[in-house]
Design a protein around this ligand. Structure first.
Ligand SMILES: Nc1ncnc2c1ncn2[C@@H]1O[C@H](COP(=O)(O)OP(=O)(O)OP(=O)(O)O)[C@@H](O)[C@H]1O
Length: 364
């Protein structure tokens, strides 16, 4: 997916009220052609509502939804170039697999033979080649979702909408399907819009993600940017884990902010979300894997602070350490890879903590 791809879906100040309830509060965003785009957020944030405005299952209260440069205002759901796969297995258990998939062609004028060929192609696409004659009720959950996917894709819509299609599957099958969906999306080049509340799923699958809270997009970025440079504490906490320490701004020097961080001392930080005009009280966030405990022989580049290990959680390949930095009430959590031959440290051990330049992010 190229970043200069043309817009496929555009939301312009989209508002949606359910009675008095303001479910979408001015959505502005563009989804590009061929993009794997995710709407991510906690339950009730409006992501399903927004997805349904693309399909035309939901009327908007004001604003504009465009698909492929056309205003969808007067275009009913069945005339839109979209198709949807739902969370529940919306297939007919009393029909065969092929009959289920052919349901996607019910209004298509093609001959029976042509349709049969399309059904075969669609089944092959989702890894169900040769399953056509099977009874749908005899399929596993993952297979049913593939049938639903084949049915949605059979007419090659411009946009495929996916409403938590994998949330009912168990972890292994879900991970397998995630990989297959990405592959399929790349092969077909169709724009996919996925609704999910699972941040890991969104990070793994998406070209870009819109993080939503309370009917608004809090941040729209690619996965790496969202993870590395969250624009608010809320986004930072929703995606992955983040530690926060209280801090105070001292001066501005060459575009950097001299900041005194509890337990870490004086640091020069990029302004990010704050400016020096701020009242001075800020917080500094960092991901658990961006700090490390120094072992005896190692030295750091001056970015180093002392503390005591308060808790150790061993995960085989990783160990989580909760560390109380000297002079700080709360503990911070570090995650460290277990390098072969290196001992896991014990609770009570005094430790030196080091971090990389760029690990610390300033927040209001
Ligand atoms: N038909 C409706 N009538 C009234 N309120 C609705 C309706 N549909 C959704 N809502 C409300 O709008 C808000 C957003 O709902 P939506 O289903 O879009 O959230 P969501 O982010 O997809 O959450 P979930 O993951 O739980 O489905 C919720 O507070 C919900 O209760």
């Amino acid at each position: 997916m190229k970043s200069d791809a043309k817009p496929m879906i555009e939301f312009r100040d989209v508002q949606k009220y359910y009675g008095d309830y303001h479910a979408l509060r001015g959505i502005n965003a563009t989804i590009r052609e061929g993009e794997f785009f995710s709407l991510l957020g906690p339950s009730g944030c409006g992501k399903t509502t927004l997805l349904r405005t693309i399909a035309g299952f939901e009327d908007i209260s004001s604003g504009v939804v465009m698909i492929d440069a056309k205003d969808m205002g007067d275009v009913p759901a069945n005339r839109r170039p979209t198709n949807m796969v739902f969370q529940s297995y919306a297939i007919f258990p009393h029909l065969t697999v092929a009959e289920n998939v052919a349901f996607g062609l019910r209004r298509d004028p093609r001959t029976k033979l042509e349709k049969a060929r399309l059904v075969e192609d669609a089944l092959a696409m989702v890894g169900l080649k040769g399953y056509g004659k099977r009874a749908a009720h005899a399929l596993s959950g993952g297979q049913r979702q593939r049938v639903a996917l084949a049915r949605a894709l059979i007419l090659k819509p411009k946009v495929l909408l996916l409403d938590e299609p994998m949330s009912a599957l168990d972890r292994k099958i879900r991970e397998q399907m995630q990989v297959e969906l990405i592959k399929l999306q790349r092969e077909l080049g169709i724009t996919f819009v996925l609704v999910t509340h699972d941040q890991e799923e969104a990070l793994v699958m998406s070209d870009r993600i819109a993080v939503m809270f309370e009917g608004e997009i809090a941040q729209l970025d690619d996965p790496e940017e969202l993870y590395r440079r969250p624009k608010s504490r809320r986004v930072a906490e929703f995606i992955g884990a983040m530690n926060f320490l209280p801090a105070h701004l001292e001066t501005e020097e060459n575009g950097q902010l001299k900041t005194v961080v509890a337990g870490l001392g004086t640091c020069m930080l990029a302004p990010d979300q704050v400016s020096f005009a701020h009242d001075g009280q800020v917080s500094v966030g960092f991901r658990p894997e961006t700090m490390t405990i120094l072992f005896d022989v190692q030295t750091a580049s001056g970015r180093e602070a002392p503390g005591t290990i308060e808790e150790v959680v061993y995960y085989g390949d990783m160990t989580y350490y909760d560390v109380r930095l000297d002079g700080v009430e709360q503990t911070i959590r570090l995650s460290m890879r277990n390098v072969f031959g290196r001992p896991v440290l014990e609770v009570g051990t005094r430790a030196r903590i080091a971090w990389n330049e760029g690990a610390l992010i300033l927040f209001r």
